[in-house]
Design a protein. Structure first.
Length: 243
């Protein structure tokens, strides 16, 4: 197998795994998602002090019956997004050299662990918001919940990207140039795929969600890019940080 054929086969394998995971999640019940719901709930219990009990076909219900960690809380879409980001970035970075097939299971394991951590963080914040509701004349409770999920998931996705890139290189300008990559992957899985699957048929609910998904990460990327650019400019101009 030539290097080009191997690279194409690996790309096909990554996309096939992603589509398979997406299809599985579209029909999976809470019982079939315990492989990710159970460890997430365990960490939530440890950090929040709340206790949960699994209820078949429903999910993990809190002891006071006020909070349900259901299939929609599994974070599988984040798992899919982070897996694609890690594997596609690795394939593109090493496109001119041979890459081991280990990239697929390695990206899957890292994405799985990252998902559990990110999802635990998101659910713990949601529990606090339930206990201390955030009131605003601009945002409803559902919109606050949606915004919280977007900020947490994309924040962790970007942190994962930034961490892996900094391991490869300490060059900040390189990271700045690559900032559109995690944003593009995030948009592909949270906007393009739902649109292809007919999400627009939900009407205003879909378009409102899409607006939050489109704007929130973009603002975050612009803030990070500005910070990195200013930091790079200070280093270039010889400006020293105050001690």
């Amino acid at each position: 197998m030539t290097q080009r054929m191997k690279w194409s086969a690996q790309l096909f394998g990554v996309l096939l795994c992603a589509l398979g995971l997406k299809y599985f999640y579209s029909t999976a019940s809470p019982d079939e998602l315990r492989w990710i719901l159970a460890p997430t709930t365990g960490l939530v219990e440890l950090l929040s002090g709340r206790s949960f009990e699994f209820e078949s076909h429903a999910g993990y219900m809190s002891s006071d019956n006020r909070f349900l960690i259901a299939a929609s809380c599994a974070g599988v879409n984040f798992l899919l997004t982070s897996f694609l980001m890690l594997s596609l970035r690795k394939l593109w970075r090493d496109r001119n050299q041979s890459t081991s097939w280990k990239l697929i299971p390695t990206a899957a394991v890292i994405a799985y662990l990252s998902t559990i951590i990110a999802n635990t963080f998101r659910i713990c914040i949601a529990l606090e918001l339930q206990r201390h509701p955030f009131s605003s004349s601009w945002l409803s409770a559902n919109q606050v919940h949606r915004l919280e999920g977007i900020v947490v998931y994309f924040g962790f996705l970007f942190f994962l990207f930034f961490l892996t890139e900094r391991i490869e290189s300490r060059d900040s300008t390189r990271v700045i140039r690559l900032l559109p990559f995690p944003l593009a992957i995030y948009y592909a899985t949270t906007l393009v795929l739902p649109l292809i699957n007919g999400g627009h048929k939900q009407g205003m609910v879909f378009w409102e969600h899409s607006f939050f998904v489109l704007i929130t990460p973009l603002l975050g990327i612009l803030l990070v890019a500005t910070f990195l650019f200013l930091k790079q400019w200070k280093n270039f101009s010889g400006v020293k940080e105050p001690t």
